[in-house]
Design a protein around this ligand. Sequence first.
Ligand code: CAA
Ligand code: NAI
Length: 246
Amino acid sequence: MRGLKDKVVLITGAAGGIGKATALRFAEEGAKVVVADFVDGMDTVSAVREKGVDAIYVKVDVTDLESAKTMAAKAIEAFGRIDVLINNAGITKDAMMKKMSKDAWDAVIGVNLTGVFNCTTAVLPFMLEQQSGTVLTTSSIVGLYGNVGQTNYAASKWGVIGMTKSWAKEMAKNGLRFNCVAPGFIGTDMVRKIPEQVLQEKIIVKIPAGRLGEPEEVAALFAFLASDDAKYINGAVFSVDGAATL
Ligand code: CAA
Ligand code: NAI
């Protein structure tokens, strides 16, 4: 990818799953990586360093604006700038609507929607000062099309699309780009929590590709969208779902 060497990328939820794969992909492109997560991200940091680029781990709770601001400050302290923010931390608390608790609603909105607001708020002053930067956010097939048992999650993943489009309209003139990636079902801990029968009989059978996606297949799209090859792409949503939305 063009233009990623020596860039600084901050990835939330990078201790595992899609975030870790994305950290490794950006490392392969020569970018420096800030691994931000609620849980220990040193495995990701070590794997990134093995690829010959620098990385740090920053503990963050994206639901807390002050924690997000500390995360951004530590990234600046370590590397002097932030070129790419990937809002990737996310959770599920699935339940049928008739059984969904207010706690499950609040928890998912807190991480997946407010968390994206918080981290973008924290990083924006540095990008505006630089007059350059790109913010990528992990939406979902569920944000675009809804899903059984995911009222809270669908609302959060649709919500980040609206935020992203608004930011593109507000800040394209400042040299900033904002885009969403909408993965289908990807083989991570999040999907491993789905009851096996539901996964096999209701989900995988509907994926024309006939399989779950790999985290690396999402990471590749993030790398493209952050690169100079995508410099006129702004305010868009890209699916990576093995045709599951057709
Ligand atoms: N698609 C289609 N049908 C589904 C479904 C799904 N994803 N999930 C559940 N159903 C169906 C069940 O098969 C069942 O159908 P029948 O009544 O015909 O048997 C009905 O909905 C009720 O399901 P349960 O009996 O399991 O009801 P429950 O109250 O015990 O549990 C549930 C409900 C918590 C939603 C549970 O079914 C579940 O966890 N389902 C999976 C939900 C899901 O797809 N989550 C995606 C997580 S991964 C992710 O979110 C990443 C991403 O962005 C794609
Ligand atoms: P994962 O569960 O493997 O990783 C999520 C990471 O987010 C974890 O490392 C977790 O510690 C971190 N996290 C959770 N709450 C946090 C908080 N409050 N502060 C900081 N970090 C926090 O899940 P996966 O699959 O890698 O998910 C990554 C993103 O991709 C999420 O936003 C998810 O909603 C989205 N997604 C996942 C899909 C899938 O099928 N796996 C499909 C579409 C979207």
